[in-house]
Design a protein around this ligand. Sequence first.
Ligand SMILES: C[S@@+](CC[C@H](N)C(=O)[O-])C[C@H]1O[C@@H](n2cnc3c(N)ncnc32)[C@H](O)[C@@H]1O
Length: 426
Amino acid sequence: MNLRGLAAKVVFQVLEKGVSLSVALPEQQQKLSSGKDKALLAELCYGVMRYLPQLDKLISDCMSKPMKGKQRIVHQLLLIGCYQLYFTRIPAHAAISETAEACRQLKFDGLVKVVNGVLRNLQRNQAPLPTDNDTLAFNTPAWLVKRLKDAYPDSWQQVIEQSHQRPPMWLRNNQLSQTREQYLALLDEQEIAATTGSSDNAILLESPKDVALLPGFGEGAASVQDGAAQWAATLLAPQADELVLDACAAPGGKTCHLLETEKSIDLVAVDFDAKRLERVQQNLDRLSLNAKVIHGDAADIDSWWHGDKFDRILLDAPCSATGVIRRHPDIKWLRKQADIEDLASLQSQILDHCWQWLKPGGTLLYATCSILPQENAEQIRAFLARTQDATLVPIAQQSNSGDIGWQITPGQDNMDGFYYARLVKG
Ligand SMILES: C[S@@+](CC[C@H](N)C(=O)[O-])C[C@H]1O[C@@H](n2cnc3c(N)ncnc32)[C@H](O)[C@@H]1O
């Protein structure tokens, strides 16, 4: 199967079956041997997710009737073809012939002429990218555009624009292995250009690199983690020997960072998803760190924990992930408007329950990778209103001291969109 055919299969899995890109893409990438081909496959699939409405419209305008049922994969193939013509430097003749060949390999010989015809039409006509409505103009579902307009009346266009950028690669220096300056020197020796981020161990690479090229990566000298996510450990600030709960821990990026920050803590890492939990243990092993890894529900701690209440709790809650669309553009099509209310209700349930398990005087850090107020500031406002013994402790980085929590928007200081609220009990 050629690369365009594999790309069509990935896009089909995401759009027709609701599988996330981070699951569907590696399944097809493993069929390719060269790193360059794997990167091109990713580029085509990510590109289609970023610009789906415009690509869909351009194709539909060239066809008399839509592809249905089993033929949908040919529609996905046309999206791949159209993306190559409009958004890449791949020569048009190569893009068209490879895409038509993929149609044959996918066993739709009868549609090869249609694929050829539609793509040649697109190439000949050079129609401008359609912008007739918000979904088309911003390549984002209308409901999300509306929510972003409401939440960010002065900057919503910038928020959307940033969500279409290719994200940078961030590293977290492992302070147990070396100082950040020492790791920057090691990167420099390998001619890997990098600068420091705003939190203590954050390093921003000038361009993404295969982790195999990073000095000491296999031995745990550094981890890949966005600059925004790296604020969790600093803001929770665990102290020596404290009992700490990481309530939604998988895949364990923040679990490991908490232990790197203060190795003596007694850390309980919990997640609802057994499969994702395996990655927490793998990450701990790579970094030679220890935590109690438990498969459990953060909204029912009593069923799996019979020890003391916790000094500190990190609640990195399940959320819409609207702050990380630049890394996971499929979120725009997999998330539905109704999910937001469901998620907000799940978040408040977990938050209320975790609060019961926090010691008086203890700190709970609420975090999401969402940029929607319903999951963030409004969530915390409602929590403060119903919780007598909760106090919000402002975060120095907030733009206004009166804000409820710290909302980071996508691209701000090169970071992902993220939200933090620090709550103290008593
Ligand atoms: C944003 S992710 C956590 C990311 C993680 N903290 C990290 O830094 O690698 C949210 C996690 O919450 C988990 N989750 C969802 N509902 C849960 C529940 N009721 N109890 C525990 N974990 C839950 C999901 O399985 C998912 O792994």
